[in-house]
Design a protein. Sequence first.
Length: 160
Amino acid sequence: MTRRGSLAYYLAAWVCGCFFMTVCLVGLPKPSDFPQRIILSLIYFYFLALFFGAFASLLFGFLLRRMAGGLDLSRTWQWMLVGAILAPFLVSALGSIMLIHGNATEFLLPIQLYFLYAPQLILSGGAKMLWRVIPAGAATAWVLFRIHRAFAAETEYPPT
């Protein structure tokens, strides 16, 4: 295992972050929807989120860990609060980069699409979609705090 569980931390940032974002963005199903349709749409959007949201979720995990270390955050609710604040700002920043630059050259278009397509898509949904990012950021921060705490030195977090 890597030093202080970095591999587990960033893998969870990617997998759990994309899952929570998918659940929050797909929203609640209508009562008329069949369970198979709901499950298939979640699987479909989760696959797309894993592919297009990898960069944003890894950047979220990196920034969250640096901010928590810099602010000396040691409680779950503190990590969740920072994650809930960081997620919409990160999506807005990454999504607005693609909106500002518009069409890229043929060489940069695949790179731009891969790194910035998911945040731009969320941002194009308006404030309604951006509000749904907040619980996904908080839930991801909760998971990342648990992993960070599990691999931290015992002097940082004494057993309770």
